[in-house]
Design a protein around this ligand. Structure first.
Ligand code: PNS
Length: 162
């Protein structure tokens, strides 16, 4: 059983994240989408909302995709889940410095855990949670950026002005 951990803030999950998970399912038996509990960062969706929404988005995958929250070090969480792979998406070169820093830090913390990067599709290469939050806040159309379930939740948070 090969499990990959896909960590992040997922505030909210985007089509870019979904794309990476779907690609990963052709390589791994299961993917745990791990939502960081970071009390220092103000989020649009609560931790439990983010976990529940991710679980809804991947409902059709059953046990192959699970959403869980974690606190503390990612490598400790990965070990607790018997996962030896950390999965991250790469969109553009601008992601590289941050991702390399995290991957090398995680490797130095636990050399038995490998980070695997997958490229998001071109269509999703410009999508980020922060862009989605901005567009939704100002009433823009997010239907091509996030799953339908998230469109619904964003519409509740930002009802259209008449
Ligand atoms: O997608 P994000 O929000 O940039 O994800 C960042 C995340 C959650 C992957 C990263 O902050 C993380 O792994 N935090 C847990 C603390 C940790 O393990 N730090 C050491 C590695 S940098």
């Amino acid at each position: 059983m090969r499990t990959a951990i896909f960590p992040g803030s997922f505030d909210p999950i985007t089509n870019g994240h979904v794309d990476v998970v779907v690609r990963a399912l052709s390589m791994f038996d299961s993917v745990i989408v791990a939502v960081l509990n970071n009390p220092e960062k103000k989020s649009m969706f609560t931790l439990s909302e983010r976990v529940a929404l991710i679980q809804d988005v991947f409902a059709a995958e059953g046990q192959r995709v699970l959403a869980k929250s974690f606190s503390g070090l990612l490598v400790d969480f990965a070990r607790s889940q018997n996962a030896s792979i950390i999965l991250r998406g790469l969109r553009a070169i601008s992601d590289f410095d941050y991702e390399a820093q995290m991957a090398l830090m995680n490797r130095s913390l636990d050399p038995n855990i490998e980070t695997v990067f997958l490229m998001a599709s071109e269509a999703n290469s410009y999508v980020s949670s922060s862009i989605v939050r901005q567009v939704a806040r100002f009433g823009g159309d997010v239907r091509r950026l996030v799953p339908a379930r998230i469109v619904e939740e964003l519409a509740k948070k930002f009802p259209a002005k008449k």
